[in-house]
Design a protein around this ligand. Structure first.
Ligand SMILES: C[S@@+](CC[C@H](N)C(=O)[O-])C[C@H]1O[C@@H](n2cnc3c(N)ncnc32)[C@H](O)[C@@H]1O
Length: 214
């Protein structure tokens, strides 16, 4: 789907997302995923800031990106209410350029369903995360049994047309394909919700390029 059309779609959905944020929907899973995160933190496809209430404000410097101006405007309102300092970036995550190894933790919740090339996005997270850093994911994808998976594959074209999200993503294959190292995983709702604690794994940066000159 054309990106401008997708942005307009998410702009319209921002009212509903703010409502969900205020009702603290998926609170337990969000709490689990955000737990113990500190330092320089990047949250991609932040929506209306549904995870903001669960960060330890005193221990993070948060950068949050999304391509929908309306989502970002609402997220900024939520951040103000929580008295959180957030550096917002309005950008397509698939075009975002950030310095290598610049974050201690990177968070993505319900975002991998939206990208054209989610594996490349995950590869970028691996590059942007510092060695020893944390990558935390709460995503929806293919369920745990064949009936559910078949149904998800059948409804996917319509679901994508309506919501802008793919319902048939193979989350484990994508994460493994990106080179991230899965440390822990939980699955819920028939296996359709994935909570993943990952690390950047082996660095692909050539150490020779990081030697100081002279
Ligand atoms: C399903 S919502 C999830 C929002 C939030 N992460 C949460 O957990 O509630 C998906 C979000 O991804 C954003 N998004 C989708 N594709 C994107 C892209 N290519 N670049 C930036 N943001 C994107 C949408 O604007 C929307 O805010």
């Amino acid at each position: 789907m054309d990106k401008q059309k997708l942005i307009r779609k998410f702009d319209k959905q921002s009212v509903l997302y703010e409502e969900h944020t205020r009702k603290r929907m998926l609170k337990e899973w969000r709490q689990q995923i955000i737990e113990n995160i500190h330092g320089d933190v990047l949250e991609i496809a932040v929506g209306t800031g549904a995870n903001f209430p669960y960060y330890d404000r005193a221990r993070i410097h948060l950068t949050a990106a999304d391509f929908s101006p309306m989502m970002l405007r609402r997220a900024a309102g939520i951040a103000d209410e929580l008295q959180m300092q957030v550096h917002f970036i309005e950008s397509d995550i698939e075009k975002l350029q950030l310095p290598e190894q610049s974050f201690d933790a990177i968070v993505s919740t319900l975002s991998l369903c939206g990208y054209d090339d989610p594996v490349q996005v995950l590869r970028n997270l691996k590059r942007w995360c510092r060695p020893g850093g944390q990558i935390r994911l709460m995503e929806h994808g293919l369920g745990g049994n064949i009936i559910l998976r078949s149904a998800q594959r059948v409804v996917n074209p319509i679901a994508h047309q309506i919501s802008g999200c793919h319902w048939n993503r193979d989350i484990i294959q994508m994460v493994k394909g990106s080179g991230l190292q899965i440390e822990r995983m939980e699955r819920h709702m028939g296996g359709m919700i994935y909570l993943i604690w990952a690390t950047p794994g082996k660095s692909e940066i050539d150490p020779a390029n990081h030697l100081s000159q002279g």
